[in-house]
Structure formats: C-alpha cells, structure tokens
Design a protein around this ligand. Sequence first.
Ligand SMILES: *Cc1c(COP(=O)(O)O)cnc(C)c1O
Length: 385
Amino acid sequence: MVKHSSRIELKKSAYKNNINFIRKKIGEHAILSSVVKANAYGHGINTFVPMAEACGIHHFSVASSFEAEEVLKACKKETHIMIMGILYEEDIPWAVSHDIEFFVYNYDRLPKVLEAAKKLGKPAKVHIEVETGANRTGMKKSEFPKTLTFLKKNKEHVVFEGLCTHFGGAESRSNDFKIEMQHKRYKEFLKQCKEKKIIPNLRHIACSASALAMPDTVYDLVRIGVAQYGFWPSPEIYYTHLNEINKKADSALKRIFTWKTDIMDIRDVQQGEFIGYGTAFQATHKMTIAVMPLGYSNGYPRALSNRGHVLIDGKKAPIVGLINMNLFMVDISHIKNAKVGDEVVLIGRQNNNVINVSSFTNSTQLLNNEMLSRLPAVIPRTVVK
Ligand SMILES: *Cc1c(COP(=O)(O)O)cnc(C)c1O
C-alpha cells in the first residue's frame, strides 16, 4: 500500500489505563458509553472502536446516523450504538433495522418511529432527551406527559430505552449552579415517569466532567468523550480530582494519541536567504532545515507558522516560515544526526520530550477537541501496545 504523508498511533495500554481510571470513578454498575463522535475526537472510528471493544467497551455514542454507520462497519455484532444528534427521518427505518438506538427530542418524531418499527416488525429503542436548561435539543416539559402515554401504549414497538439530558458546561465550576438546576429538572422528569409507572431502562446525564467530578450525576449509563482519550475536561476537573486524592499532581489519564511523519528532505540555507513562501522567515545564520511532507491541508494548523515545534531525535525543532498547503520546514541546525526518513513527532512524545495538543491550541486558539476532531479522516490510524 502506498504511504500517507503522516500517521496516527493509538496506544492501547494508555486507553486501557484511562478506562480503568474512569471505571473506578463511576463505580461498577453504570454502562460506560464511549463517545466517538467527530471521528472519535480525531482518533479515527475504524481503528478506535475495535481497540475500545478489546478493552471492554460495548456501547458507543455518536452524533449522526453517518457516524453510526461508521461504527457499525467497525464494531462487533453485539455492540450497542446510540445516536445523540441528527437522524434524518428517511434514516429511521435504517436505524431501527440495525438495532441502533437514538435520541428523540420532539413528540412528533414518535409516530414516525412507531410506523417504522411496525413495518419492520422490530422494536425501536429510543432515548427521550429532555430539556433541562442547555436549550439546544431536548424535549419540552409540555410534551412529556403525552410522550409517556405514547410510550406506555406502544411499548412492544417503541422501547423506552433511556431518559437523558446533556449538561451545558459541566467542565467549569462556575457553571455549577446551572448544572445543579439541570439535574433538579431532570429529576422532575424522572418523577413523572414513576408516577405514570413507565420507567426508562437507562437513566443517563453525565459527560466526562460530571462523571469525574459529580458522583451523583452517574446513573445507569455515562457518556464519556474527552476523558477516555486522556484529556481532563478542564483544569478545574483535574484540580477537583487532585483535592480528592490529596496530591499535587497525578497522571491518571494518559494521552493515547501520537501523530507522526518523516523527514522528507534536508538542506542547508545560507544566511540572509528566505525560507518557503514570501519573506516570513529569513535565515539569521547558516542553517540546516528539514522539510516536512504535510501542511494545513493535512490538518497541521497554519497558525503555527514560525511558532510551532516538532520533535526529531528527541529534540525540539522550531518551525521556520509559513505552513504551506502540504509542506513546512523546521530548523534542525542543532540536531546533527538527523537524516532523510527519520521519524518526526508532530503531537506526542519522543524520548524525553513531548508536544502536547495544548501547545498547539495555545497559539491557534482552537479547543483541544476542535484541533483533534479536524484531523483529516484519511490519515491512517494504527494501534500500538
Ligand atoms: C459530546 C457529548 C458527550 C461527551 O462529552 P465529553 O465532555 O467529551 O465527555 C456526552 N453527551 C452528549 C450529548 C454529547 O454531545
């Protein structure tokens, strides 16, 4: 197979470590649903899903039917898939026929789900998402009583698999009052279920931040995105954890992701010469530079022009000049052993040095999630031990 200009490695032992840590936090009973929207936060659904399954995950959450299909192609038969976001009406029969569960946040959707389930002779599994204060998707309070009546009446065809909501901003402690209000409103919905004696199979409201820092938000299932990939949802959630364990630092969550390429070419540049396009970088002395075979079209942010670093031979090599569409240059004057074909680390660890996603995002103003999720799906991903 021809080689791509960069590659991403997923470290299985680090993932296993993260899952064990999250499991300890949430207790033994809750289902840990691995959120793999946005191509598994850039880690690559096709590679990530089988690795997660091998680490004991059997429930995945996605944002669209398109992503659900990606998971379906990669997962085991018995694995559960849940769509939290967009499911077009014309795709409802597809979802039902493949046992894919999905959020319902409008009463109007239910008769359509019923029709599909009846036609296919197969029950549909729905998670009723309720509005508690995030004001994005979520069923209004006023539609809830008739929803319960509907679910009770049609329970052979439309299974009340879940009652859920999503917190808007649980990673920031300054939002605690809002999260608490959302939780309180969620409990009011639950109370109505009990009163009408129509009980969801699974109650779920927690994302990474609340699952790690607010134990009372852990019900029957938790939807874990960012933490499983080895990132604390925010510094505040990390400090909450440090307080709990009474330590000054902790490496409980480990990055599983390394982004690599190779040196494409090496050349000397005389003092006064410009490097790459325009005049963005002028050599201040005789320099040795290495050419990288990727650029902004491959997901490497152009904002790192003249400011980012890569790792070569365990040392930091600063970027010189602009990030081009599919090339950029780094200064290796201080790395005497470097040769064409040597491995380059773009994000991750090499010997004793590390380039974190955050060192990218500090200068680009991107969120960690944003940076990762934008990495092109065509970059090959592989699992390493
Ligand atoms: C993205 C998402 C999650 C996961 O959030 P993290 O903070 O990454 O754990 C959970 N629930 C819903 C509805 C989401 O959209």
